[in-house]
Write a protein that binds this ligand. Structure first.
Ligand code: SF4
Length: 354
């Protein structure tokens, strides 16, 4: 994979020696030495291909590393290059993403691949600004691609690195959202100018393996002597997280209309949760009452800040009716080949069991 444009050098200017009170030179030295011997063996490690770094980073947003391994290998086997992804149908991209959740990421990845091919001749932009111009590439993802694939000393802040930096600096104000701004500033001053990709990955690995949210292994930490939280006995209270919004409870009804072994499915429209994926139509309580349907079961699921309880009804019909907009009849045995929402897949499992 080649990359286009001029190499961004933002951040090569002199950085503070003690950002957030941290001895930056000592942290870089010790962290990089620790990374050489303790880094995680992950399928995307070792690659400097911006496309592979990008796919892995997008998958890692909101998803555990162990879960991403298998998806990453499957996805990049099918789409080994940005051109292959750009040429794919959205249905297939969503199908390969199924199980990872947050499908907006997949749609934006696909749209960005098409943009890289159409507007950049298949070559990734080489600046942070250029990368951030791609759909779905925010500050974190741009920093990860720029530092790991392009050697740009760009900072990254995600859950692991945020925790490590907050503890190193003894930062006891709330983090997350706007509260992350001081952490970004420290990260920008801290990142290694000579090995930014390794440094950023080392921060994330240290957060995942040693400086864990609960019971961090400070006795085994290469940064113990440099850590303000550890030296002041405040490890258990840093970082200070903003309280999460309580989940909103919702009830809904899914109606499975069935003729023989065929069922009516519906594609989720623009702006809906799981946009572009297939599911069974939802109906209003009044419609459910008049549908002469029998109760098939209940599925519960969580999406964004909502906890949903979905009653599943089944209505058998004597003839195949004309599907409504965005709907189609599908054999139950072929539901597996459709890109389906998480609740849709669970309703399909209820049907298979029935
Ligand atoms: Fe985290 Fe403990 Fe290391 Fe500080 S000493 S960075 S709290 S593991």
């Amino acid at each position: 994979m080649r990359v286009a444009g001029k190499l961004a050098v933002a951040g090569r200017s002199a950085a503070p020696q003690r950002p957030g009170g941290i001895d930056a030179a000592a942290v870089r030295r010790r962290l990089l030495a620790w990374y050489t011997r303790a880094r995680r063996d992950l399928p995307w490690r070792g690659s400097r291909d911006p496309y592979l770094v990008w796919v892995s980073e997008v998958m890692l947003q909101q998803t555990q590393v162990e879960r991403v391994r298998e998806f990453f290998l499957r996805f990049t086997r099918r789409f080994p290059t940005v051109a292959a992804l750009a040429a794919a149908r959205e249905d297939e991209v969503l199908r390969l993403w199924e199980g990872l959740g947050y499908y907006r990421r997949a749609r934006q990845l696909h749209a960005a691949a098409r943009l890289v091919v159409a507007d950049h001749g298949g070559e990734f932009p080489r600046t942070l600004e250029g990368l951030r111009g791609l759909p779905g590439v925010g500050r974190y993802t741009a920093g990860a691609i720029a530092s790991i694939a392009l050697d740009v000393p760009a900072p990254i802040v995600e859950a692991n690195s945020r925790r490590v930096i907050a503890r190193l600096a003894g930062h006891d104000r709330p983090v997350g959202g706007a509260g992350d701004e001081p952490i970004w500033e420290i990260a920008a001053a801290l990142v290694s100018r000579t090995a930014p990709g390794s440094f950023n990955q080392a921060l994330m690995d240290l957060g995942a393996l040693v400086c864990t949210p609960d019971r961090p292994l400070c006795g085994r930490c290469p940064l113990q002597a440099l850590c303000a939280a550890q030296c002041s006995g405040r490890v258990a209270v840093i970082p200070v997280m903003v309280a999460a919004r309580p989940a909103r409870k919702i009830r809904e009804r899914a109606l499975v209309t069935r003729h023989g072994d065929r069922v009516l499915v519906e594609r989720r429209g623009p702006g809906a949760w799981w946009e572009g994926l297939w599911d069974f139509p939802r109906v209003a309580p009044a419609e459910a009452k008049t549908a002469e349907a029998r109760r098939l079961g209940v599925v519960t699921y969580t999406v964004t800040h909502h906890k949903v309880t979905c009653g599943v009804l089944e209505r058998r019909v004597r003839r195949v009716t004309k599907p409504g907009p965005g709907q189609r009849w599908v054999a139950i045995g072929r539901l597996g080949s459709l890109a389906m929402t998480a609740p849709g897949r669970r309703i399909a499992a209820l049907l298979a069991r029935d």
